[in-house]
Design a protein around this ligand. Structure first.
Ligand code: NAP
Ligand code: GDD
Length: 327
């Protein structure tokens, strides 16, 4: 039985990856940090199947201990302060977790299980103010946020440990990927949640920032398969994972409101509070390498993804309303 250690299991990607690895027969160790209230919403259904280890990406001792306890064949480093907007008011915490946390995790592996295969969750946010379109593995980085800068560090330290210590370390440069488990602050989920709430009379308006930004949005369930595939290759490498389509935030809004039979223009209000100090205007990935070398492909289209998210949010609130009416 193969053993995997995942950081960030309570987040969106960690929950899908844990499901995938359990299905493949892995023993899955899950690093969790201390929180004041339990935070298992995304993994409630598999919580008892996971081997939980307490630790924090900023605490090297806890990571060394986690690697020793789990003795993993594969390590997936998904934990991060992952919300771009928060990285301006909290640049230092973002750097400590999202940048230096990667070195901590790599050191823990190097010191305790150097032959473990390592996956780093790199990001299309590193391309920032893009210097070429579409973006691929060789496109130079130009990060536009403290989060993007931190991810560039995490990316290069992963490459460096591969080249310096001959570690099997891979970096997946993943473009935006979403799901019904996405945090409510990210624009896709904020929009689908609001469309559902407005439809059910629970909310009157939706306040958004820049509607012109373009993203290459895919489904998280498809993307975690690519993470696993990267660690099954003969040699470690870096791969772009994307859909090869780009859509504006406005298109996202249009599809979500159309799904609930409403005109978005009646509800969306532009609020400067959600406009960023520096924006990433356009992301569009070229994942030819992943398709050829990993045999990876996606199954869920952008429109189907938005529909899936709206439908799940509707279901959640309809259930909530029924429960409320019995009180
Ligand atoms: P997410 O939902 O925000 O999950 C982040 C996870 O990291 C949570 O489990 C969180 O724990 C954990 N975490 C945060 N700080 C930690 C710390 N100091 N120590 C230990 N754990 C900590 O993020 P996601 O969307 O699943 O993304 C997974 C990874 O992929 C992240 O590294 C993200 O930056 C990267 N990425 C994401 C995308 C995307 O579109 N989703 C694209 C490219 C790259 P709590 O639950 O306790 O907060
Ligand atoms: N969150 C948010 N809220 N974004 C808004 C809003 C709003 O009210 N209005 C407009 N936007 C725009 C943002 O300015 C940005 O251009 C776009 O919507 C997407 O924002 P997010 O959903 O917050 O995602 P992100 O692209 O900044 O970052 C995500 O993708 C990265 C990969 O490119 C995160 O998942 C990162 O962790 C990930 O690395």
């Amino acid at each position: 039985m193969k053993k995997a250690l995942i950081t960030g299991v309570t987040g969106q990607d960690g929950s899908y990856l844990a499901e995938l690895l359990l299905k493949k027969g892995y023993k899955v160790f899950a690093l969790r940090r201390r929180t004041s209230t339990p935070n298992y919403e995304n993994v409630e259904h598999i919580k008892e199947k996971l081997e939980w280890i307490d630790g924090d990406l900023t605490d090297l001792a806890s990571l060394i201990s986690a690697v020793k306890i789990s003795n993993p064949d594969e390590v997936y480093n998904l934990a991060a302060q992952s919300f771009v907007a928060t990285s301006w008011p909290q640049p230092i915490a973002t750097g400590q977790i999202t940048a230096m946390g990667v070195t901590n995790m790599l050191e823990a592996v190097r010191l305790s299980k150097p032959d473990a295969r390592f996956y780093q969750a790199s990001s299309s946010e590193m391309f920032g103010k893009v210097v070429e379109t579409p973006q691929k593995e060789t496109t130079p980085f130009y990060p536009r946020s403290p989060y993007g800068v931190a991810k560039v560090y995490g990316h290069w330290i992963t490459v460096n440990y591969r080249e310096s210590f001959n570690m099997f370390a891979c970096s997946g440069i993943l473009f935006n990927h979403e799901s019904p488990r996405r945090g409510l602050e990210f624009v896709t989920r904020k929009v689908t949640d609001a469309a559902a709430r407005i439809k059910l009379g629970l909310q009157n308006e939706l306040r958004l920032g820049n509607l012109d930004a373009r993203r290459d949005w895919g489904f998280a369930g498809d993307y975690v398969k690519a993470m696993w595939l990267m660690l099954q290759q003969d040699t470690p490498d870096d791969y772009v994972i994307s859909t090869g389509e780009t859509h504006t935030v406005q298109e996202l809004v249009e599809i979500a409101f159309e799904r609930v039979g409403l005109d978005w223009k009646d509800y969306v209000v532009i609020d400067e509070k959600f406009v960023r100090p520096a924006e990433v205007d356009l992301l569009l990935g070229d994942c030819t390498k992943a398709k050829k070398q990993l045999g990876w492909d996606l199954e869920v289209s952008f429109r189907d993804l938005v529909h899936m998210m709206v439908d799940e949010d509707l279901k959640k609130y309809e259930k909530f309303n029924i429960q409320k009416s019995f009180q």
